[in-house]
Every structure is written in C-alpha cells, then in structure tokens.
Ligand binder design. Structure first.
Ligand code: CMX
Length: 137
C-alpha cells in the first residue's frame, strides 16, 4: 500500500530562520516555498536524495501547526508516506479501524492529494498519506 517515505514535516516558527541550517549547514537542496491554504501553512521543500524535508510555518493562529508550536515548540511534526491510490489506502485503513482526520483527500503542496491519520490511531505520530500529482513536472 505504501511506496516510500515521501517526506518528514518539521514545524518551525519562521521558514527564513530555519532554512540556513538545512540548506547551508546540512547542504540539502532547497527547491522553493509554497503556501498551502487548505492546511494554513507555508512550506519550504528541501531534498536529500529522493527523500524530502518539509518545513512548516503557520499562516494563521488557527493553523494546526500554530497549535503544535504552542504546545511543543519547534520539532518533528509528521511523517508522510507515498501511496499510489489514496482512496484505496484510506478505505483499507478505515476497514482496519483506523481513525482518519481526512476521510476524503485534500489538496497538499505540489498538487499532491493528501490525507492525515489521527495521531491517536498511530501511536502519537501524526501520519500523512500522499498521492503525488502524476501530471506535474
Ligand atoms: N503529532 C503528534 N500528536 C499531535 C500532533 C502532531 N503533529 N498534533 C496534535 N497532536 C495531538 C495532541 O498532542 C493532542 O494529544 P492529547 O489529546 O494527548 O493532548 C491530540 O493530538 C489532539 O490535539 P489538540 O491540540 O487537542 O487538537 P488540534 O485541534 O490541534 O487537532 C489534529 C489535532 C492532529 C487533529 C490536527 O492538528 C490536524 O488536523 N492535523 C492534520 C493537519 C496538519 O497538521 N496539517 C499541517 C501540515 C500541512 C502539510 O503537510 O501540507
């Protein structure tokens, strides 16, 4: 069902302040920023091999990332797995009793379709399913 780890999300208070460590100190490839209105975040993408790190900055106090930062401070926020067919993956998880935050996929960054599993159903790790946009490039 899962193809690979697509990315790891890291909550930050400021993309500008967080970027130099990843881009300059760790030497990751920075491929730009994008606002994701459906998630109330602005994200910066960095890649290392075929894996990505997604830095997440809240765009509103209502953002789930703003709430996370308030409670925990900056740090690892979620793990996202690539899936070929997100509806099939959601249906299979629901059939096994998993609690979804998104029972219907939403639009994520880079034209991907995403859905979150509730951390109560995944041992405290916020887990995302991510179906890449096959038409993009
Ligand atoms: N990782 C692990 N646990 C988390 C979490 C996270 N990132 N965010 C919240 N939680 C936990 C809280 O600690 C809390 O646990 P307790 O009940 O034990 O205290 C529980 O989930 C509920 O959290 P809450 O603060 O009471 O409720 P929220 O209103 O913050 O809702 C959640 C939590 C997970 C439903 C919400 O944050 C959500 O919908 N997240 C998914 C969407 C998201 O994070 N989008 C941003 C990423 C954007 C992107 O990648 O494009």
């Amino acid at each position: 069902m899962l193809s690979k780890i697509n990315h790891i999300g890291v909550a930050v208070t400021s993309l500008e302040e967080a970027l130099p460590f990843y881009r300059d100190s760790l030497g990751m490839t920075f491929s730009g920023t994008e606002e994701v209105p459906s998630q109330l975040v602005r994200v910066a993408f960095l890649s290392v091999g075929e894996s990505k790190i997604e830095l997440l900055e809240p765009t509103s106090p209502e953002s789930p990332v703003a709430k996370f930062l308030e409670k925990n401070g900056p740090g690892v926020h979620h793990v996202a797995y690539g899936v070929e067919d997100i509806e099939a993956a959601i249906a299979s998880l629901v059939a096994k009793g998993t609690r979804m935050i998104d029972a219907v996929p939403r639009n994520g960054a880079h034209g991907a379709r995403i859905a979150f599993i509730h951390p109560k159903s995944s041992g405290g790790v916020l887990t995302e399913l991510c179906e890449a946009d096959h038409h993009s490039h």
